[in-house]
Design a protein around this ligand. Sequence first.
Ligand code: ZN
Length: 242
Amino acid sequence: MRFAVISDIHSNLEALTAVLNDIDKRQVDEIICLGDVVGYGPNPNECIELIRSNCSLCIKGNHDAAISDRVVMEYFNVYAQVAVQFTRDVLDSDNMAYLASLPLIGGKDQETFVHASPYDPDQWYYITTEYHAIFAFASFQGARCYVGHSHIPKIFEAVENKRIREVSNNEVIFSEGHRHLINVGSVGQPRDGDSRSAYGIVDLERNDYQLIRVDYDYRKTQERMKMNSLPEYLINRLALGN
Ligand code: ZN
């Protein structure tokens, strides 16, 4: 069993297409999406349609939730709010219903999938430190939990559920007695100083995880954002990866 985990596409069709093409070459059995399919970017309908046809499971992100729930949007900064309003204006009713139907958490056997944290998934907590990771490790069953939300790749490890520490940002080998919390980064708006798209590949035969980076033409996404009058701040950050 080999699967790809993608997250935080944010209506960036150029990035999503590049990532799906890359995944296609790696012979995976399934693709799982951790949410935030929409928000920030210019192509929400096209991205939702690609996710619907390519992913076996898609989890709801806070931006997906904000489309149908105004309470969630109140926590957003002004740039994100402008993008949510744009998304609401252009989204097909069928795609809107799809976003509303997404689950907050999912998984099977040893794997758990959630957008922000398995600790109260609808509170959208960020897991950026070992302290945050303690709450997360206490909130899922099985060996591994995959998250997105911060747009920054990161891997925490718990040994015999006692020692929790950050071990890497791009690869890990799974072993008995070790549990992992893996942030796969972002396809459509990376924030770790690298403008390339990020996603993860999990191989349960080899027992490992690897972060993959994929080049895409962010200038095309920027042009489409300009055409749709999306905020300058959101346009510029794609080139910087921050
Ligand atoms: Zn996001």
